[in-house]
Design a protein around this ligand. Sequence first.
Ligand code: BES
Ligand code: MN
Ligand code: ZN
Length: 475
Amino acid sequence: MIKFNLYKEGGLKVHFVKKDQELPSEIKEYLEKKKFAYKFKESLYLPSFEEESEIFMGLGDDELDLEDVRNLFFELGNILRDNQEHEVEIKMPELSICNKKTIMAAYEGLRQGEYEFTKKTDVKEKKADFELTVNYTAFRGPEAKLREGLDKIENIMDGVFLARDLVNERANVIYPDTLAKIAKEKLEEAGVKVTVYEEDEIEKIGMKAFLRVAAGATNRPRLIVMEYKNADTEKVALVGKGLTYDSGGYNIKSPSGMNYMHCDMGGAGTVIGTIYALAKNKAKTNIVGVVAACENMISGQAYKSGDVIDSMKGLTIEVANTDAEGRITLADAVHYATNNLGAEKIIDLATLTGAVTIALGEVYTGAVTNNEDFYKEVLEAGKLAGEKMWAFPYDEDYKKLNKSEVADIKNTSGRQAGSVTAGLFVGEFVKENTPWVHLDIAATAYRDKKAGYLPKNATGIHVKTLNNLLDPTDC
Ligand code: BES
Ligand code: MN
Ligand code: ZN
């Protein structure tokens, strides 16, 4: 829990220091004695019995950007929590970035350190229960603007944490029906219209491909449609892959590949978290979110390797591999969003391919797009958020790999360029001439390792990016 006071003093003093900075000579000498090198994020914690404790933090030599500020404050938050320091006074150094964005990044860094997902019963104090009062004393910016920024980033982080919780939660708890219920409850309270379609209605809509993927599971599918309109601007669709569990189907996964496949609704998590934040911030935007939620399971009803199935668009699909199921569900979802819901632009997010981990690791999200201008906007929004992406080539020669001998298209052509062909498969079902960006978040939505403020496991990746894109922050 963070309380952020503006224009107030008191508490442990945090000193951000640079090498060439003027400091009282006794402090300079002390830091020297302690071999303090003024490196970025380097810290020296000086606990005190009677007076307030102090922390020195190095700023390094380079100009700080927003991501540096996040990292700096994440580090600071960890020191405070580890040492049970509950009140701090912070004087931020001047940055070339505007005060509002700086303070938002500072708050975000502190808040990032509060995230935790655990089902352990013996946790003494939840990180989020640690009470921290921040007295922020350095200013140029008008108070109302800074406060506005703080409120905004708080809602965005609530969206990020919601996405993380949904994705970290296991498949015995989150399955299509419960995912739909949580989305409805959370989003309606924030002012979003949520419609949940059950199987008979999905059938009426004509999502034949989606229903084939869902066929094997006892937990039945749900189509979740989330509408948020607070401006007469162009309608943007956010479509999230919503496999609440992916066993692989008859092309079954290996045990090690299967046991974290509750993460396969990472795209859905991001879409729900994003719309939650946008609505809480009363963003002036016009969004429709679509999640075709199901499980990929094995049973006598399940679809089989080699099947040729229909789709909502009317294209026939050869199921060359039942484990390439996400793109099949997305085929109907993106078609529905652009043809039936009237979206003029579309972004889909999906934990789609293992191949993207091989190509880019957990550092960059892999992208495919049919529109360079739209992609650039998404890319820039991502840069501001510290969420990186890299576009694969959009090339007709890759599309040829998806040709089937028996059907209009096949769902995989094997290992070569796996992330490109997967993205292009989805793109085939987007209404023609609709700007489209596909983000393959298989590696970035659910991490093997923590990295800076990003935890291991669910990250809520691109909730921040999409908020920057759809609800930009002014200075
Ligand atoms: N959900 C997986 C992709 C995935 C892999 C997500 C690792 C998160 C971590 C997807 O449905 C899948 O199984 N893809 C296959 C495609 C292949 C059969 C063409 C893959 O990547 O192996
Ligand atoms: Mn799969
Ligand atoms: Zn999958």
